[in-house]
Design a protein around this ligand. Structure first.
Ligand SMILES: C[S@@+](CC[C@H](N)C(=O)[O-])C[C@H]1O[C@@H](n2cnc3c(N)ncnc32)[C@H](O)[C@@H]1O
Length: 229
């Protein structure tokens, strides 16, 4: 069976209920998601939502890098953001994720809910950012994606691995694209020591802090960082 990284997109009523009645939502036991998804995702969503609210970023634009089935892009588009751009080139398919892991669910939700402020792009992020070098989003999500530029995917290390110069130039482009804050989650074991400071310096960020942690698809715990301008 195909692997499934993120849970299915909740319907509009459930998505709105999540932010308006968080306590009731948590009480329903979202950890028992029956979809077989490898990541719960709701925990990271609520953590980022909380951080955005603390920063009073209520009507912001957001770029989701490597959005997979678009769980975060969709939820932020229906709850908090005036504009969302979701970018995914489906290279994770090499690790056994099927169609449900990629853009089809997001495109369907976009169509059915009439989300005209959500743009969905099937492209490598490095190419997309080159096509709009002056564009900025208030918020950028880089969740469990950048370490693949060091190690590729699973037993396909050649998929997406970059050289040092290419990585630094992508990190700089992600920094230029960030207007206010970037959320970063990565696999500590698969990036060299000093990765966070390299990323922070290349991207021109003023500081960083851990705002939460979450269990990854392979069982380790990953910190969730916010990096601000
Ligand atoms: C491990 S998944 C993480 C998905 C999601 N960000 C999350 O944390 O739930 C990484 C995703 O990034 C996508 N991806 C990897 N490199 C990419 C690139 N250079 N451009 C666009 N998407 C990419 C993969 O296809 C995959 O769907």
């Amino acid at each position: 069976m195909d692997r499934r990284y993120q849970p299915p997109l909740p319907d509009l009523a459930a998505a709105l209920g999540m932010v308006t009645h968080t306590a009731a939502f948590l009480g329903r036991g979202w950890q028992d998601d029956p979809s077989g998804a490898e990541r719960a995702c709701y925990d990271r969503y609520l953590c980022i939502l909380d951080s955005l609210e603390r920063r009073s970023l209520f009507d912001c634009s957001l770029l989701d890098v490597g959005c997979a089935n678009g769980f975060f892009a969709y939820l932020f588009a229906v709850t908090l953001c005036r504009q969302v751009t979701a970018v995914e080139d489906m290279r994770g398919a090499s690790a056994g994720y099927g169609e449900n892991a990629f853009l089809a669910p997001l495109l369907r939700a976009q169509r059915e809910a009439g989300l005209r402020h959500l743009k969905v792009l099937d492209a490598p992020i490095e190419e997309f950012l080159k096509s709009c070098p002056d564009r900025q989003w208030d918020v950028v999500l880089c969740l469990s994606v950048l370490h693949h530029f060091y190690t590729g995917y699973g037993d396909r290390p050649e998929v997406g691995r970059m050289g040092e110069d290419e990585r630094r130039s992508l990190f700089a482009a992600l920094g230029r694209a960030t207007g206010r804050v970037l959320y970063l989650e990565f696999d500590h074991a698969r990036v060299p020591e000093g990765f966070l400071s390299t990323f922070r310096d290349s991207g021109g960020f003023a500081g960083s802090a851990v705002i939460g942690s979450s269990a990854s698809a392979v069982g380790d715990t990953r910190d969730l960082y916010e990096l601000w301008k």
